[in-house]
Design a protein around this ligand. Structure first.
Ligand code: FMN
Length: 236
């Protein structure tokens, strides 16, 4: 679906720009043709439904049970959150996170208070957010289905811990990117299990130009990052 939507928006954009592209320059939406005209031509919605709403694609929707909502909104990528306490490393799988600030880069992460990592993070106030790609999918699932209370997940699941520079928590060598973080705000921890993390140092594998990150849709279903498209945008 991810790829399908990306391809769809790409097509809409390509059609909208067809005329001007022929003349070698970019333009706004062609004067008489609007996104809903193009969408209609592509069969995204029916012309009669436009009087109610031009985005009447929604008429095809069915109710979704509320426990499944998270699978629609989870942005991913799924990460491996590594911690360390008293010289012992641990790692858990996490997909409930979001950026909350550009600079300094600040990330909100939601952890269940039953997770071993929750108590480590509360005590040590530091971690490394490691971003895995498709090759690590088995480890991603394994680290999310076992607690580090009784086992060493690095050893058990074949992950390599490398020393970070600003925190005691480890970088996972097999991941394509790693973010060294400290906890900067715990005000929402008791209510939502939400830790605010500031990224102190970031590492990325420059050879991986199109990382196939994993995006959890719930119940063990993952989307794999696919095609990349570039559109004109003022968003940095
Ligand atoms: C794909 C996936 C995503 C997950 N996302 C989260 C999450 O966002 N927050 C969370 O608390 N647990 C999440 N989990 C569950 C934890 O990873 C799991 O409870 C883990 O065993 C905790 O390990 P720990 O006890 O060693 O800290 C996820 C598990 C999977 C498989």
């Amino acid at each position: 679906m991810y790829v399908a939507l990306a391809v769809q928006s790409h097509l809409i954009y390509a059609i909208a720009h067809k005329k001007s592209a022929l003349h070698g320059r970019r333009a706004k939406w062609p004067s008489k043709e609007r996104p809903h005209h193009i969408g209609r031509r592509m069969g995204l919605f029916h012309s009669r439904q436009r009087s109610k709403s031009c985005w009447s694609i929604g008429m095809r929707k069915k109710e979704l049970s509320l426990p499944h909502v998270y699978g629609l909104l989870e942005p991913g990528p799924v990460v491996l959150l590594a911690t360390s306490m008293k010289g012992r490393n641990n790692v858990m799988t996490l997909s409930w996170h979001t950026m909350v600030e550009f600079e300094p880069p600040t990330v909100a992460c939601v952890l269940g208070n039953g997770d071993y990592t929750f108590s480590i993070l509360k005590k040590t106030r530091e971690c490394v957010i490691n971003i895995p790609t498709l090759e690590l999918a088995p480890q991603v699932v394994a680290c999310g289905n076992a607690s580090g209370r009784g086992i060493d997940k690095f050893e058990q699941f074949g992950l390599t811990a490398k020393a970070a520079t600003t925190v005691a928590a480890p970088i996972i060598d097999e991941c394509y990117a790693s973010l060294e973080c400290k906890v900067v705000d715990t005000r929402l921890v008791n209510k939502y299990g939400m830790f605010m993390l500031e990224v102190l140092k970031a590492w990325v594998d420059p050879s991986n130009k199109n990382p196939k990150t994993l995006h959890h849709r719930g119940n063990g279903v993952f989307m794999v990052a696919g095609d990349t498209i570039r559109l004109p945008s003022h968003m940095k």
